[in-house]
Unconditional design. Sequence first.
Length: 338
Amino acid sequence: MAIDVKKLVVHYVDKKDDDTQIHLRNDEMAVNEKVAVFIEQLHHAYNGKPGKGYCAFSGDKNSVVASAMQSYRNDELGFWHMTEQATTVLKEELNKYAFNETGYLIFCHYQYVATDYMLIAMINIKEHYSITSELDLASSRHLDISRMQLAARIDLTAWDTQAEDNRYISFIKGRAGRKVADFFLDFLGCEEGIDPKQQSQVMLSAVEDYLSEQQFDKSEKDDLRKQVFDYCNDCVTTGEDANVSELSATLTKGDDNPFESFCKEQSYDLEESFPVDKKTVTSMVKFSGLGGGVSISFERKHLGERVMYNDATDTLVIKGIPPNLKDQLQRFMENEKE
C-alpha cells in the first residue's frame, strides 16, 4: 500500500551538555518518489517498534504544538511555520533533560489507507564504512531508522472523529532510565491515555477464562490461542488496534456464547478496541524466561507433552532436545571423556 506524502520538513538538532543548537531548513522538502519511499520505510519502522504509549493533547500542558498543528490544518499557518514553532518547544523541553541528542528532526504529514498522520521523529546518524576501488577506507553518514527512539505519530483522522478516546497519539516509550517518554509527552503537551500492556493483559485473562468455561480440549485451546496471537500480531504489524468483535469471531465456535458477550457479562475492563503490546500477547503461545545464566523458551503447546514441569522439585524435563543443542552437548560430553 503506497504512502501519499503531503508535506515534509527536516531540521537538525544538536544537543551537547546543556547547549542545544537548532539548524532550521529554510523551506519544505520537495515531495518525490525518493521521499515517498523514505517515509514508507519510516512508517513501517515505526509500526514495528514495540512498547508504544498512547496519549492525547492535554489542556493542562503546553499547548503550542497542538495549537500550531490545528492552525496548519485550518490553513491558518504554513506547514514550515508549524514545524518552526514545534522545534522551538522541543529545544526548550530538551534543555530540561540531562541526555544529549543529535540528529535530524522530521515532520511529515502523510496519508496511509485513508488515514491522515503527522509523524514527528528524531533520527540519529550512523557512520558506515566501505573500501574504495583504490583500497582506501571511505566513510558515509546514514539515517539510523532502525534505532529510532524519539518519535510520535498523531492520527489526524482519529483526532477529528475520536478525540474523546484519548489515544490518537502514539509514541515510542524509549530506553529505560532516560525519561524519553516524559520528554516527548511534555514536548507535545500530552497526557498518557490507554495502556496497551494493561489492555493486552486483560484480554489474555478474558481469553483464558473463556476457553476454560467452554471446556475445549488441549488441542483446541492451543489452536485458538495461536489464532488469537496471529490476529494480534497482524495488528502490531499494521499499527491497527485489536477489536473485541474480531477477536470474538476468531474464538467463537457457534453462537451460543460468543466471546464478546462473555466479556460484557463478566465485566472485564477491556475497551472495544485497543492497541496491542506484542510482548504481552506472545505469552499466549510461548513460555520464556532467563536468569542465573539460563535462558529457556518453548511453545506453550509442548507443556505437558515434550516439556514436563514439576512444581514440587522446581524442575523442567525436556523430551526431544533441539538437534543443534543435542549436537553441542554430545560433543562436549565426548571431549570430557578424553
